[in-house]
Write a protein that binds this ligand. Sequence first.
Ligand code: PLP
Length: 394
Amino acid sequence: MHFNSHFNDIAQSYLFSTVAKKVAAYQAANPDKKVLRLGIGDVTLPLAPAVIKALHAAVDDMSKKETFRGYGPEQGYDFLKESIRGYYKSNGVELENDEIFISDGAKSDLGNILDIFSGDNVVLVPDPVYPVYVDTNTMAGRKVIYMNATEQNGFLPMPDYSVNADIIYLCSPNNPTGAAYSKAQLKQWVDYANAKNAVILYDAAYECFITEDNLARSIFQIEGAKTCAIEFCSFSKTAGFTGTRCGYTVVPFALERDGMSANKMWLRRQTTKFNGVPYIVQRGAAAVFTEEGQKQIKANIAVYQHNAKIIADCMDELGVWYTGGKNSPYIWLKCPGGMDSWQFFDYLLENIQVVGTPGAGFGANGEGFFRLTAFGSEEVTKEAVRRIKKLLQK
Ligand code: PLP
């Protein structure tokens, strides 16, 4: 017996554990200081009342013989697919129900989708990036190449025709940089992928934070995307489902290579290895799309957007360079005074007890940058910003 030796190739990520250790050590040495956490990528507001009501009703369904549900369709119930289809339609995208697959979140499907791709595909990933794309491909032994996201390109790398890639990961609005592609920029990526016979794996987990019309909410708003893209989305940040777990993946019928259909392969993969998302959770997710649900989730998103604006305004005032904040819950800032990511982390923790995430933990190009998130309360965000201003305004 041999284990998969590619697991030896995965870089150990000490990012969040090192952050936690440093904060715990600081707090132990300074028990009287109040530490403010702007490093978390998790939501803090509870589920919307409309979602809770639907979850309760679905629990009741399970208690009665007439409405009890056992195994559901692996790819999700039609009632939820229909709601998602309506949402895409409202953004000008026509989908068939069977192009939509309900998942237990974007992370699982971002990893699982690799089952349908050959092991010798070359994978193109932005640096810095959400680590899941690199690690899932490295586990499978695929070659990963990087494209540079930098201050010069606003952390939005564009296609380079001299590079031949088979699988391209795009995440917009991006984690960790908060940068978001315009429709015009995405059109260039779609043209590149179609020209190279490549596929774009498009992570739209933060789509709900988009406020500007020239930015894409879905890659399928771009002409030509249905022949070269798969989209991953999630209720995690949209509706606070990080602990409830539900998302969806769109695999267009038109995505075919060598006479094989990505949609048919993904259906086959899911029916083989997945037994679907719980009925109760899918009912909760469907409530997100009701009039009441939309109103309530938008009110929650507005709280995070307001926090993001408070942080972004602070950076504007201080003259600190940053991306994000406007169409994203993340503010990705350039560490002032030429500090590196970890120096700035220590500087903030020791002087003003504010915790963020060092950019170096997301890739080599993240060095010298720092991520703050808007998922805290308004009170904590305002106090953190007050302290940051006082420290840096010298
Ligand atoms: N994609 C990105 C870019 C994320 O930042 C995250 C979570 O932080 C996910 C996907 C995972 O989302 P889910 O909770 O749906 O698995």
